[in-house]
Design a binder for this molecule. Structure first.
Ligand code: CA
Length: 400
């Protein structure tokens, strides 16, 4: 899962903590002048306590246009949940996931007892991020981060990441030669960004180093530590497929709205096999990643942790669904939802903007703001307000 940039709110806070004086960010740009920019950055990193040995790892780092191209190209989350999950939760990945759970059963069990995060949850992230460590990415982390720190898009954030990567070298967790990964500077088998690596990774095999490239125990425990930091509640579920009746109060189906499971049961929501939900107080949201005609899930409090790991709803739902499959749930029912194309999504977003709604930019991705705007217009039009811009919604929008 290398072609993405994770966006996590708490990362901004860490970045602020690590931030260098904001002098070099004023000089953002491209390849031209990169050498002198890097020299200046080195001076500031040295002043921030980075050793000469770690700074030497920046020798030979150049401005990498491939990184910029990749950054401008992110489009994977225009896919629908069923499309993305179909590709990412393929049979071979299920087999691999089960095999890893078995092979590392002892470690998974120790990790769960220490952090409260079940093995299938961690294994699913492991599979999605790097195919269980098989696909770490071949970009030089320092070169990627230096390029993105020089680039004008988000220079301050990536300067903080570059500084954190140098501090990892100083701490001895990784050798410079092992600092290879995704184009956006994520490192190791779980694709940690350097700031979260620096603040959250743990040594679980007892060798004194936090090695997220080569040590499976470090990888699994560090992931659990990150999930726990994001609020994971041990012993609670995260996602469960359900069936929703046709006469639901659809506006209640919104990730931002949680009800006790008893309320969902009262509205006629049942387990995927048709059996009754427990009529208890466990809070959950009704998640319809593709609207009321597509798959339906109860998203429990732990699902919020997924959206902190990666704010893409398609990614979060896929990771949570993959974990339920590894924990024994059957394949999701596809339903009959029609997914909009990327161009249709952009068309919907532009039209919503014209109507005065904030969709967070017409980017072809159905994010939280787009869903909220869709829901508002659906309610205005008296349509079932399931927050999903299917082709029928686009047609109604054009008639407005
Ligand atoms: Ca270790």
């Amino acid at each position: 899962m290398s072609k993405k940039v994770r966006r996590r709110s708490y990362v901004a806070a860490i970045a602020a903590m690590l931030l260098l004086p904001a002098t070099a960010s004023a000089q953002c740009g491209g390849a031209q002048g990169f050498g002198s920019w890097l020299q200046q950055f080195k001076g500031e990193a040295q002043a921030a306590g980075v050793s000469a040995r770690a700074l030497a790892a920046l020798d030979g780092v150049r401005f990498d246009q491939k990184v910029i191209n990749a950054d401008r190209r992110q489009g994977v989350f225009s896919q629908s949940f069923l499309e993305f999950a179909g590709r990412m939760v393929a049979d071979y990945r299920m087999q691999q996931g089960r095999a890893r759970l078995k092979k590392h059963a002892g470690t998974f069990s120790r990790v769960e007892s220490q952090y409260g995060v079940p093995g299938p949850v961690i294994a699913a992230f492991w599979g999605l991020e790097t195919d269980f460590g098989a696909n770490l990415g071949g970009f030089s982390t320092l070169q990627s981060l230096a390029t993105l720190a020089r680039d004008c898009r988000r220079p301050d954030r990536f300067r903080a990441e570059l500084l954190a990567a140098l501090k990892l070298l100083d701490r001895g967790d990784l050798a410079a030669a092992d600092m290879k990964g995704a184009w956006a500077g994520e490192i190791g088998q779980m694709q940690f960004i350097p700031t979260e690596y620096l603040t959250t990774a743990v040594d679980f095999d007892g060798d004194g180093k936090r090695n997220l490239v080569r040590s499976v125990p470090d990888v699994l425990a560090s992931s659990a530590a990150l999930l726990k930091k994001h609020g994971w509640r041990g012993g609670e579920p995260w996602l469960e497929e359900v069936r929703a009746p046709n006469d639901m109060p659809w506006p209640e189906a919104d990730l931002a709205i949680k009800h006790p499971r008893s309320q969902w049961a009262a509205w006629g929501v049942a387990r995927a096999d048709g059996s009754a939900l427990p009529a208890d107080s466990m809070p959950a949201a009704l998640l319809l990643p593709m609207g009321r005609l597509g798959p339906a899930f109860l998203a429990y409090r732990n699902f919020d942790v997924y959206t902190r790991w990666n704010e893409s709803l398609v990614y979060a739902t896929t990771a949570a669904y993959f974990a339920t499959r590894l924990a024994g749930a059957p394949r999701v029912r596809a339903g009959s939802a029609k997914a909009p194309t990327r161009n249709q999504i952009i068309e919907v977003q532009k039209r919503l903007e014209q109507l005065g709604h904030d969709v967070g930019g017409a980017d072809g991705i159905i994010g939280a703001k787009t869903r909220a705007a869709v829901k508002a217009v659906q309610m205005q039009l008296g349509m079932p307000a399931d927050s999903y811009p299917d082709p029928g919604f686009l047609a109604a929008l054009k008639r407005m």
